[in-house]
Unconditional design. Structure first.
Ligand code: UD1
Length: 420
């Protein structure tokens, strides 16, 4: 077990940082590779544990997978699907493995995967995924913690999602591309990762329209072929570094970040008195004056991303005045508040809202990363705190950030890795 030891900075972060490919885009794209016998080449793949787990899962199903971590390229060839199932060992390691369900249903007419459990941030059911599959003619049975899906003839249908779930939208798209007829997903998620998946599927020969809006129409085709695709930059990694610059009063340049995907984050940073400039070299983020308090509500895209909520709580903890954060996407996503309090933050939680009274300064403490983004928030607070902060359980952080410590060191941070 490793921990990060972070020493609070006197001066802000300065320099350039390269944003990696998007974790949340690459996972469904890897699942999509199951839809063809041909070779698919995916570029700009971040070398993260979650990606390795997805690669292992595809291998267990019979695909040949090569992950060149230096070049950040994954090649997949699923010439045959030896077994349309993921056992608990291979698939139980991460929730996103359930995205293989749609692709397996589309390709083989059957799928068997562990029912993803809840996690630190909420109960996270998959009822909307299953409802979509059912409308497309699939039967589902749940036994011993596994979901078994079968469809003799997968057909298109009209699917209204009660909530614009990212995973359900992706899973239904993956099943629909090879189904018979037209599928319309209403109240679909519009996240950039959905459009990246749609772009890859179109390169494979799929017919998809409306991605990026709340209505996606997919016309099933007989077969798909191999394709080469470069994954979009990770907007949450970018947002995290932007918030790091903001909290330390720094001035940094993000290379490979996409401004259009970061609009809600940029707008809220502007309210906090943090400036952003889209330059030829990348996205410049800097703060000179004091941090202003804000009101913030997480929403599906293009609303403010729930995956940036924890990092903004760190920022609000040192702003001058009272801020309010309302979390509407996940039911229990304030685990970081308790850890931030250990560093001197003044935060009160009332159901889905957090009231944050900005304090003069935070102090280093021993804290624990309870999940991926909560862990990132602790690093940000530690950069702005007085003295050293020890962050344990950093494996959560490393699930979603490639070399976050090295990237921060390049920007002048003092962060080191130690054995627990
Ligand atoms: C994805 C992202 C995650 C992000 C989230 C919301 C990946 C791998 N993960 O997760 O980082 O925080 O989108 O932007 O891309 N829900 C149901 N029933 C369902 C499905 C979802 O009730 O069948 C609920 C969830 O419990 C949650 C909300 O809908 O409260 C949003 O979940 P969803 O959009 O599905 O998130 P994920 O795809 O799991």
């Amino acid at each position: 077990m490793e921990k990060f030891v972070v020493t609070g900075m006197e001066n802000g972060l300065r320099g350039r940082v390269q944003i990696s490919g998007s974790k949340n885009a690459v996972l469904p794209i890897l699942a999509a590779c199951l839809l063809t016998q041909d070779i698919c080449e995916i570029r700009n793949v971040p070398p993260l544990l979650d990606v390795e787990h997805m690669a292992e899962l595809l291998c267990a199903m019979g695909a040949k997978v090569d992950f060149d971590k230096e070049k950040e390229i994954v090649t997949v060839q699923a010439e045959e699907i030896a077994q349309a199932e993921g056992n608990y060992e291979a698939a139980g390691k991460m929730r996103a493995s359930f995205l293989a369900a749609g692709a397996l249903l589309g390709r083989c007419g059957q799928a068997r995967l562990p029912l993803p459990g809840g996690c630190q941030i909420g109960s996270r059911p998959v009822d909307l995924h299953l409802k979509g599959f059912q409308i497309m003619g699939a039967k589902n049975r749940q036994e011993h913690g596994m979901v078994e899906l079968t469809a003799k003839n997968l057909k298109g249908g009209e699917i209204y999602l009660d909530f614009p779930s990212v995973g359900a939208t992706e899973n239904i798209m993956l099943a629909a591309v090879l189904a018979k007829g037209k599928t319309v997903i209403q109240n679909a998620a519009a996240e950039p990762e959905i459009s990246d998946l749609a772009d890859f599927l179109r390169k494979m020969g799929a017919e998809i329209e409306g991605d990026g809006t709340d209505t996606i129409t997919i016309t099933g085709v007989r077969e798909l072929h191999g394709a080469v695709h470069t994954v979009i930059p990770d907007r949450i990694e970018a947002g995290t570094f932007m918030t790091a610059a903001a909290i330390t009063g720094g001035d940094i340049l993000l290379e490979h970040a996409k401004e259009e995907h970061l609009k809600p984050v940029i707008a809220k940073l502007a309210e906090c008195n943090v400036k952003t400039e889209n330059t030829e070299d990348g996205l410049r983020v800097y703060r000179k004056g004091k941090l202003h308090p804000i009101q913030l509500k997480t929403m599906p895209y293009p609303g403010f991303p729930t995956d940036m909520q924890a990092q903004f709580m760190s920022l609000m903890a040192v702003a001058k005045g009272t801020s309010v954060i309302t979390e509407t996407v996940f039911e229990n996503r304030f685990m970081h508040a308790g850890e931030l309090q250990r560093m001197g933050a003044d935060i009160k939680i009332d159901s889905r809202s957090a009231v944050i009274e900005g304090v003069e300064g935070l102090t280093g403490a021993k804290v624990r990363a309870t999940d991926l983004r909560a862990g990132a928030a602790l690093i940000l607070s530690a950069l702005a705190a007085k003295g050293d902060t020890e962050i344990s359980d950093i494996y959560h952080i490393e699930r979603g950030y490639h070399q976050i410590d090295e990237k921060l060191r390049q920007l002048g941070a003092e962060i080191r890795r130690e054995e627990e």
